[in-house]
Ligand binder design. Structure first.
Ligand code: SF4
Length: 315
């Protein structure tokens, strides 16, 4: 239905839009995060590592132009493409002065081959000025904004120290929708205290929002994070590969067909990842998802088509 996949991949969507393979260049804009600098919190989200939410971005000691050059060079060994999305990944990428943000975004989109811009941020960092800037960018390039919601459940949000309520996300997504700006929402599967039903209720919630795309993450316990300390004091169940695959397929069945799936596996750093170690074999996870779809003879949107979801997922 979407090339060789049973779900609507970003690769499929970008090929449709640009007629060829498009790669993302992960950038570090040198920003911080209000959940780390003391504005909302000092220690950040419980799972967040020292390098923020983007572990594979370029170095913040380099300019945006230099990072783009370096990332292109790195990717050229693996992929034959000349079209790129500049992806501001680390920390909160709308959390700076208007001038600083403007300079960096425009520096990124003016580089050769850059056909689009992706900006990862928090829904509580969407001031009027930021929204104006994003509106301007949206007219100039292929833009999407990524929001790390992780869960719709307030008790879990408190536990992970997300630092904003669900209504803030709802408001941000509406503001962006009103401006025709695409949104990608992140969810984490396997957060402590959440059942299968809780996780799939978060997915169902997303399915009924105006999010354009989704990223499903598996919860990582990374060395050096507060979650790592917590796990030793209060061990909690960790999803195994089969459980994760089954949940991902359940979740994709609930999403509308037009929602673009940006990611289904994470990119934890090998030496920092404590658990789950099985996640390092990304290909096995992805091929497991394909196999599970085939064995169910299913595809993204199956359940969103045949039901209004009510009472599907009970414990
Ligand atoms: S919002 Fe992102 S960068 Fe900030 S603490 Fe949470 S995960 Fe880390």
């Amino acid at each position: 239905m979407w090339g060789d996949k049973r779900y609507h991949t970003l690769n499929y969507e970008l090929r449709k839009e640009f007629g060829q393979k498009v790669m993302k260049l992960s950038l570090d804009g040198g920003f911080t995060c209000p959940n780390r600098d003391g504005t909302i919190g000092n220690r950040g989200c419980i799972f967040c590592g020292e390098e923020g939410s983007g572990e594979f971005a370029g170095s913040r000691t380099l300019s945006i132009e230099e990072q783009i050059w370096q990332q292109k060079k790195f990717l050229s060994n693996k992929w034959n493409t000349d079209k790129y999305i500049a992806y501001f990944q680390n920390f909160t990428n709308t959390y700076s002065s208007y001038e600083d943000l403007r300079d960096k975004y425009f520096e990124a989109i003016s580089q050769e081959g850059v056909v689009g811009l992706a900006i990862a941020t928090r829904p509580d960092c969407m001031s009027k000025q930021v929204l104006e800037l994003l509106t301007e960018l949206n007219q100039k390039t292929y833009l999407w904004i990524e929001l790390g919601l992780q869960t719709i459940h307030e008790s879990t949000a408190k536990f992970i120290r997300r630092g904003y309520a669900l209504e803030i996300y709802e408001r941000a997504i509406q503001e962006l929708k009103d401006r025709n700006i695409k949104v990608v929402t992140h969810l984490i599967f396997g957060l402590p205290g959440e059942s299968k039903k809780d996780i799939l209720n978060s997915v169902k919630h997303l399915a009924n929002t105006d999010t354009w795309g989704v990223k499903f993450h598996l919860l990582y316990i990374q060395k050096g994070t507060d979650l790592y300390q917590y796990y030793f004091k209060y061990p909690f169940p960790i999803l195994n590969r089969e459980e994760y695959i089954s949940l991902v397929v359940d979740g994709l069945e609930l999403l509308p067909k037009e929602m673009v799936v940006h990611r289904l596996t994470g990119d934890g750093k090998r030496d920092l990842l404590f658990e789950p170690r099985w996640s390092l074999d990304k290909l096995k996870v992805l091929s497991g998802i394909d196999k599970e779809f085939k064995s169910r003879n299913s595809y993204q949107g199956l359940i969103s088509i045949v039901s209004n979801y009510s009472n599907i997922y009970q414990d």
